[in-house]
Every structure is written in C-alpha cells, then in structure tokens.
Design a protein around this ligand. Structure first.
Ligand SMILES: Nc1nc2c(ncn2[C@@H]2O[C@H](COP(=O)(O)OP(=O)(O)OP(=O)(O)O)[C@@H](O)[C@H]2O)c(=O)[nH]1
Ligand SMILES: [Mg+2]
Ligand SMILES: [Zn+2]
Length: 374
C-alpha cells in the first residue's frame, strides 16, 4: 500500500483549502456543530483514515496526521475508534492524541463469533454499504442475506455489487444470476461490474460520488480491485485468490478510507470470514420484507409460520411465491440474532443504538427535507 506520510502541520495552508479538504471527506454543518465544544478546547477535527495498533491516521484540514488512540480505546469494543469516525485531535503535543470521537451517525457492526456476544465495529459514518459478491464462484444467496441484514441494521443504504462480470460472458446466464440476487434483496439495487473491462463502473461511480461508501464482502470478492478502479490508480494491494472457494489469503488487512477523484469517500475493508449478526432484528426484517408482508396476513398475530391454520407465509411457500430456502434462511438468521441478543447486555445495546439510530434518523429527515426543497 502506498500512502503519503506528510507531516501536515509543517505546511502553510489557507482556510478555504483547509475546509475544502474536510468537506471532501464528508464534513458538514452538523459535524461542525457537534465539534464546537472541542474546538473551544483547541482541538482540531479529523476523520479516521485507518487504525493501526494504538495509533491512527486522520485527515485534518491541513493534511494527514498520525495520532495515538489511547484515549479512544475503551473496554467496550463498540466504542473503540474506527475507520470513518470523526474525531477531536490534540495536535500540539508529541505524540499527538485523539481525545474524543464524535457520536456516529451509522455504524457497521458484526459479532466476532457466533459463540460470544462481542460486537465489532467495521466502519463508521457510512452512507452506502456495498456488498461485493464474486461471480467467479457460485453465488451464495444465504451469505448475501446475512451481509444485507448487517448493512440494513447499520443505518447505511445497502447495494449488492456482483463483481468479475467479465467471467460470465453469456448475457442470459448473467441475467439469471442478477434475477436470483434481486429476489434475495428486495428494495436493494443490484449492479454487475467488472474491474477488468470497466463494465458497470459508471453506475457505481455515480453512487459513490456522494457520501461515504464501504466495501464489504468475503476475501477475494474483488473489493480492492474495485477500489483501485474507482480511484483510477493502484492504491490498494491486490492478490490472486483461489477462486474455487474464495478462501485465498486475505490481502487487505486494515480498513482504509480513501478519497475518490469524482467526489465521495470509499472505505475498503479486509474480507470477512464469518459474518455474525449483532443485534440486527430490524436488519433481518428488512432483508426479508416480503416474508414480513405475508406475515401481516396470517390469521394469528403471533403466528410462528410453522403449522398454524391460516398462515399466509406457508400459503406463499405452497403457491411457489416464496421459496423454502428463503423462509429457512429467515428463520435461521432470526434465531441466530435472538441468541446473540440474549447474551448481550440490554442496557449496553440500548445505549449504543441511541448513539447512532437517532443520528441516522435525523440525518435522513434532513436529507429528505433538503431533497424536498430542491
Ligand atoms: N476476472 C476478474 N478478476 C478480478 C476482478 N476484480 C478482481 N479480480 C481478481 O480477484 C482477485 C482478488 O481481488 P482483490 O481485489 O484482492 O479481492 P479483495 O476482495 O480485496 O480481497 P481481500 O482484500 O482479501 O478481502 C485478484 O486476483 C483480482 O485480480 C474482475 O473484475 N475480473
Ligand atoms: Mg482487499
Ligand atoms: Zn404465519
């Protein structure tokens, strides 16, 4: 990886270019308002580009700086500083310290293992969550549903991007694959792209041009190749994977926030081996929205859709409208989620939700209001 390691505070700058740098990275009036108390303390705002063993790189108005994260690495893993966070940095000392993190608007959280209830933040303040799925291997619909649940739950808008489309030259086969994925992802845009021949990149560029986009997916899905294609230069390392099972070695090891040339910010992440859900009941409901719609027509309000009379979900399976695979998958993810929720401290969950759920609701309202005015 090649990142500039400039010592930004030695270079002169103008206020106009300074604010342009922050703006390009997603700084807005709401962040500025939240930051006001820290500004009063003489701290400067910065967005976390990557976190690395007790330190992190941040982009500030004057460029990239490295700072110690000792103050923002609490016991609770969900509060640990992560890529995409906006932070308050003390730039005067040596070493420099990140003193605080601003409350997150959205956060991608997974549980680190299905056995424990520990959550892990993958990226913060994300607007679009791209789920990268390789067409070089058999498409695993269950895994897409799992990633989608995680994405919906985060407050970001999910998007499925089928990568390596150049490896499926038959348009009929490709159309079928897209159809299958679309049926698995109601309300979600499904794109096909090829970083090798450029197919579909324009559409993705248009999506990523606004706000922050995170690339999620298993190792070898082609995330970093896609990042490089969008960046127009090879910033991220890419290595051949064993495409048969997608389990090649993990090439990307840290989460990196990158500025796109056409506007927007991209976060490339290391491939995930397991995608455990962490308190994602809402997300699961959104992934399987058509099942929840059917459930609204069941005779009994507390229908478990097992064998109850007048069950509209089972009727939909019977008529072929709903696949058994999908119903099974829904049940499995709900059960898994319930297991995790049962193990997690309810107060902690409520607290964490309050942090970003409110913010994302506010953000959406503002966004809608702005669009309404335009
Ligand atoms: N044919 C084809 N191969 C691709 C394409 N995009 C990526 N690849 C190949 O897929 C392999 C893995 O690509 P990466 O971009 O490193 O995958 P990744 O998702 O970043 O993997 P991790 O960093 O391990 O999570 C490399 O051999 C790439 O050359 C594509 O559009 N077409
Ligand atoms: Mg990678
Ligand atoms: Zn039912």
């Amino acid at each position: 990886m090649s990142f500039p390691s400039s010592d930004a505070f030695s270079t002169p700058f103008t206020t106009a270019t300074a604010s342009a740098v922050l703006d390009a990275h997603g700084w807005d009036e709401r962040w500025e308002a939240e930051f006001a108390p820290y500004a009063d303390q003489g701290l400067v705002p910065g967005r976390v580009l990557r976190v690395d063993r007790g330190q992190c790189d941040l982009i500030t108005a004057t460029g990239t700086v490295r700072a110690d994260t000792a103050f923002v690495t609490p016991h609770d893993p969900l509060r640990v500083i992560c890529t995409g966070d906006w932070a308050a940095v003390e730039t005067s000392g040596n070493p420099r310290y990140v003193k605080a993190c601003l409350p997150r608007r959205t956060a991608i959280v997974r549980s680190t293992s299905s056995q424990r209830s520990e959550g892990q933040i993958l990226a913060a303040n994300v607007d679009h969550a791209v789920i990268a799925v390789s067409l070089a291997v058999e498409v695993d619909l269950g895994r897409i549903e799992r990633f989608l649940a995680l994405a919906w739950e985060s407050g970001a808008l999910p998007l499925v991007v089928l990568t390596k489309a150049d490896l499926v030259p038959d348009p009929v086969v490709l159309a079928h694959l897209v159809q299958d994925v679309e049926a698995t992802a109601p309300g979600v845009t499904v794109l096909t792209v090829s970083s090798h021949n450029g197919e579909g990149l324009d559409v993705l560029r248009a999506v990523t041009a606004g706000g922050t986009t995170v690339l999620l997916g298993v190792s070898g899905a082609g995330k970093s190749t896609l990042a490089n294609a969008l960046l127009g230069e090879d910033v991220m390392d890419v290595h051949a994977t064993r495409d048969v099972d997608g389990k090649g070695r993990h090439t990307t090891t840290t989460r990196n926030l990158l500025l796109l040339p056409g506007g927007g910010v991209l976060i490339d992440t290391p491939g995930l081996r397991g995608v455990g859900l962490w308190d994602a009941a809402t997300g699961v409901g959104q992934v399987f929205s058509e099942i929840e719609d059917h459930a609204g027509h069941c005779r009994f309000q507390d229908c478990a859709h097992e064998a109850e009379p007048g069950c509209a979900v089972l009727a939909a399976v019977e008529s072929g409208e709903l696949s058994e695979r999908r119903l099974d998958s829904y049940r499995k993810l709900l059960r898994e989620n319930q297991r995790i929720v049962a193990k997690t401290d309810a107060r902690l969950r409520a607290e964490i939700r309050r942090d970003w759920k409110m913010k994302s609701a506010e953000g959406r309202a503002n966004h809608a209001a702005k669009r309404g005015r335009a």
